[in-house]
Design a binder for this molecule. Structure first.
Ligand code: SF4
Length: 299
């Protein structure tokens, strides 16, 4: 099969009937923020007599919330959860034979698989970062998180094999910007990070940024964790979910004191830190506590 990728969020822009590439089958994936646009795009493609299959985290979450009818009004078929090679072959075979199933789901016993992504299909001029992941899933259990819907369950972490990661790192284009490791939570399997990912990243010799919990990065006390090894292997920035200073969201939460120590260490190590917060995450916030969080973040 020949595959064409069109990302409407880049300079490629919104698809129209004139710019829509010719294809036998169209696949749509996106985040919840793009849901309405996905429906609109699907309507346009289906009005041309073509089939549309949709999948990914928003389709999965929306389906599991009981909105299957809405999804199937808007798409010919949907893939719920992870897409395996076996499942995709089935989707393609069904479409070729004109017998499309409405909902596709990988079998519960199908093992997790990482494949070598076709990086050559991505035009690096449309992106700031080149992206790669070393693992999927997370060892934490934050109640608001949706990662487990695709990775097979809470507290499940799948790690890419050393051989595959090495091969993929060789294929990853080198740009003027750091590489982006888009793991759901880098270092969720600390041993794998220390033994597999970090040595390979160090050997690649490029700066990189990632998403990680403060707990994995700096330890529960703010004074341990993977920070030193990550800096030694080229890490220059981290995205961390601080979420709430005084209301723990899960076992990943650090005390305010440990959070402050951790941030001090991260800055001292020369890393850029992007912190995210979830205001009123457990429904007990007051206007004062929200103001206090904002004041703390700015200070
Ligand atoms: S630490 Fe992040 S990825 Fe892991 S469960 Fe919490 S929100 Fe999800």
């Amino acid at each position: 099969h020949t595959i064409i990728i069109w990302d409407e969020l880049t300079q490629q822009g919104r698809l129209t009937e004139e710019t829509l590439p010719q294809a036998d089958i169209y696949g749509i994936g996106g985040l919840s923020t793009s849901r309405k646009r996905a429906y609109q795009l699907s309507r346009m493609i289906r009005s041309l007599g073509k089939k549309v299959v949709a999948g990914g985290i928003d389709v999965t979450g929306n389906y599991l919330e009981g909105n299957g009818a809405e999804l199937l009004e808007n798409f010919d078929s949907i893939v719920v959860g992870r897409l395996t090679s076996k499942l995709w072959q089935q989707v393609l075979a069904d479409l070729s034979n004109g017998i499309t199933q409405k909902v596709y789901q990988a079998g519960p016993d199908e093992p997790w698989e990482f494949v070598l992504p076709p990086h050559y299909l991505i035009n690096p001029k449309f992106y700031v970062f080149t992206a790669i992941r070393t693992s999927a899933g997370c060892s934490q259990n934050c109640p608001f998180c949706t990662v487990h819907l695709v990775t097979g369950g809470r507290r499940i972490v799948h790690c890419k094999s050393q051989t595959l990661l090495k091969e993929e790192l060789k294929l990853l284009p080198k740009t003027w910007f750091p590489d982006l490791l888009y793991d759901d939570s880098f270092g969720a399997d600390q041993n794998d990070a220390l033994e597999v990912s970090l040595p390979l990243l160090q050997a690649r010799g490029r700066p990189w940024v990632t998403e990680i919990t403060l707990k994995a990065l700096c330890g529960k006390d703010g004074l341990s964790g993977l920070l030193d090894q990550m800096v030694a292997s080229g890490c220059v920035g981290v995205y961390v979910g601080i979420e709430n200073l005084d209301r723990p969201v899960s076992a990943k939460s650090l005390s305010r004191e440990a959070t402050e120590k951790a941030i001090e260490r991260i800055h001292a190590a020369g890393l850029l830190i992007l912190g995210s917060f979830i205001l009123d995450v457990n429904g007990t916030e007051t206007p004062e506590s929200i103001r206090e969080t904002i004041k703390w973040a700015i200070a």
